[in-house]
Design a binder for this molecule. Structure first.
Ligand code: IMP
Ligand code: MG
Length: 175
């Protein structure tokens, strides 16, 4: 771990916020059938698992993988590649997309287009983090863990060149 990093969001703060999000989603989806949580791989996995555990409504789990960055790049491009399509039909489902972080918005825009093309009954977006000052394309966020400043963050599933996903907190490098 680089010695110039700081904790942005501690583990217990993340876990408490996830319980709050789950309670809100439980309430909003209480009377709906066919709820599907879609994990945007790989970064959203810890968030997705904790959220799914905290929900009391019945739900199915699916996943999708898109590429956000070119190798060695830290800026998303509008040219998002689908690396693994949705692994479940979503026709008539109430879909909740679970993402780690929304930065420029390009990745979520692409995921929303893919999911919309499956004709679900409804779609909402649940993101652990958002960096609003970085947004290039506007995307709706129905459930948000934390709005953060423009730090390059890592931990709790979020990587820097595949490292630091295993941390149970969100950190950032001091600049
Ligand atoms: P966007 O397409 O620019 O919104 O970027 C979304 C994806 O880029 C996220 O799902 C992350 O995988 C990655 N990303 C965005 N910001 C960060 C960051 O601060 N640290 C690590 N990955 C990030
Ligand atoms: Mg991601």
């Amino acid at each position: 771990m680089p010695n110039t990093h700081k904790t942005l969001i501690a583990s217990d703060v993340i876990q408490n916020r996830i319980r709050e999000l789950a309670a809100t989603i439980d309430h909003d989806y209480a009377h709906l059938q066919n709820v599907v949580l879609v994990c945007v791989l790989t970064g959203a996995i810890p968030f997705f698992d904790a959220l799914s555990d905290a929900l009391t409504i019945p739900h199915e789990k699916a996943s999708i993988r898109v590429s956000s960055y070119g190798v060695g790049s830290r800026l998303s491009t509008g040219d998002v590649q689908v690396l693994q399509p949705i692994n479940m039909p979503l026709y008539n489902a109430h879909v909740i997309i679970v993402e780690d972080i929304i930065d420029t918005g390009y990745s979520m825009q692409a995921v929303l287009e893919l999911i919309d093309s499956e004709s679900p009954a409804s779609v909402s977006v649940c993101a652990l983090l958002s960096k609003p000052t970085r947004r290039i394309v506007d995307v709706p966020i129905d459930y948000l863990g934390f709005s953060i400043e423009d730090h390059f963050v890592f931990g709790y599933g979020i990587d820097v060149d595949q490292q630091y996903r295993e941390l149970d907190y969100i950190g950032y490098f001091e600049t």
